[in-house]
Design a protein around this ligand. Structure first.
Ligand SMILES: [Zn+2]
Length: 443
């Protein structure tokens, strides 16, 4: 297998606050971008288009002549990316669906080995799969010849499963669009992007002078530009050890050697959780008053309330800022851990899942640290890949309750872990990290 030397990551670049008319323009493009995607979803997400999705050019050609672009007056640099964006989504839905059907095939005990072989073969070949779904004739694939199977029965099973799992995608995301490199240029610290009037460009002043030559996505109020760039994968010769990490709520990373990174992450996120809770309660009250006035027919009062109190802009901006601050902290602490520990391998526990959905204690459901747990794992995974560090996940079973000194079941109180059997007294996080190590090293 060839070694990957790069991987795609996203850089962010921010604009200066933009005048209303520019914002209106960006929002208009985003709304049309969304319309194009939904049009593509509607037309091409069904079984009839399955064998049309790759390569994307056949759909792109049809979309070029269908009249929608002219109707929306949307420049091609946006229109075509919206089409490709939507086709990409449809394709990933199909691969998810195939995974689900694959899982069903494996789990179904009424299927013989030959049955499974046939079904898996069909799933791999889009043209054959499409023919089965649309009840067209097809040539039996070479490696499915001579099987002892009831083709008709299996094909109708496949049709049934596909109907069960096939989803019709729909986008309601109106604050984002992509733009291709020929749709923008740079001048005087601003990015100039194609507008609806030919040969005219709209200027977006940027906060920094970086210039990119890739597809750019535009999001949110002041315009945040997401730029996918290739990151070089680094190989560190001095990275040799293995570290065992507990990912926690209070302290972010607790290692089996006792080191802690991202200490007291919760102190950063808890006040924000409280602030958001308080804000939400206030908003709820205001909203109730708004409804009341509207129901009583006092529309002027209702409008006043709406204008003065129900705006989400400030609320969202503040929330976004806090999130960015926390994310920066998380990233720099992971970097610090990697630079200090110099690991060749990192062992963590797999997230606790049930029916593939992550389960968390109800009480902590709305806590922000929880919502960052996924982000921490994602960043850890990414940074491991960039630094050629092996990341292994082991089953969490037993790593929480058992005493890492004697193996007896201990007591957990708040953040403390107490073993009454041997007297070991420490934090839950540290005990857990030690258990991860022992479990990993167990023969
Ligand atoms: Zn013990």
């Amino acid at each position: 297998m060839p070694l990957e030397h790069t991987l795609t990551k996203t850089l962010w670049q921010y604009s200066e606050p933009l005048p209303d008319e520019t914002m209106e323009f960006l929002k208009g493009i985003a709304a049309d971008y969304c319309k194009v995607k939904n049009y593509v979803f509607k037309k091409y997400s069904g079984i009839k288009s399955l064998d049309k999705l790759t390569p994307v050019y056949s759909i792109l050609n049809e979309m070029r002549v269908c009249g929608l672009r002219e109707q929306l007056n949307l420049p091609a640099v946006y229109y075509e990316l919206a089409v490709m964006d939507a086709v990409g989504t449809i394709k990933s839905l199909w691969s998810n669906l195939k995974l689900k059907i694959g899982g069903y095939i494996t789990a179904n005990e009424n299927l013989s080995a030959d049955d499974r072989h046939y079904l898996r073969t069909v799933l791999k070949l889009n043209n054959v799969y499409a023919a089965v779904l649309n009840r067209r004739d097809y040539e039996m694939p070479k490696n499915a010849e001579g099987l002892a199977i009831d083709v008709k029965r299996l094909n109708s099973l496949l049709c049934r499963l596909t109907r069960r799992y096939l989803k019709r995608p729909e986008s309601d995301c109106m604050n984002y669009f992509r733009i291709s490199p020929n749709g923008y240029s740079y001048k005087d610290g601003a990015m100039r992007i194609v507008c609806r009037t030919p040969r005219k460009r709209i200027s977006i002043p940027l906060k920094d002078g970086r210039q990119f030559d890739r597809q750019i996505q535009i999001r949110k109020g002041y315009a945040a530009l997401a730029v996918p760039v290739e990151a070089k994968i680094k190989k560190h010769s001095g990275y040799t050890g293995t570290v065992y990490i507990h990912i926690g709520r209070a302290d972010m990373l607790t290692l089996s050697n006792g080191h802690i990174y991202g200490q007291a992450l919760n102190e950063m996120t808890d006040p924000e959780t409280e602030r958001l809770d308080r804000k939400n309660r206030e908003r709820h009250k205001v909203y109730a008053a708004y409804i009341q006035n509207a129901e009583n027919g006092d529309m002027q009062k209702a409008r006043e309330i709406e204008e003065n109190n129900l705006g989400k802009c400030k609320y969202d901006r503040q929330k976004e800022r806090e999130r960015e601050r926390t994310k920066t902290f998380i990233n720099s602490e992971i970097n610090k851990m990697i630079a200090i520990e110099k690991p060749a391998r990192i062992v963590i526990t797999a997230p606790v899942t049930k029916n593939k959905t992550r389960i968390y204690a109800k009480r902590t459901n709305r806590e922000l640290t929880r919502s960052f747990n996924g982000y921490i794992r994602e960043r850890l995974e990414y940074k491991c890949r960039v630094n050629s560090i092996e990341l292994e996940e082991i089953n969490a079973k037993g790593t929480g309750a058992e005493c890492s000194a004697c193996g007896a079941e201990g007591k957990r109180q708040g953040r403390e872990f107490i073993c009454e059997s041997c007297g070991f007294h420490t934090t839950i996080a540290y005990n857990c990290a030690r258990n991860i190590k022992q479990k990993y090293l167990e023969p």
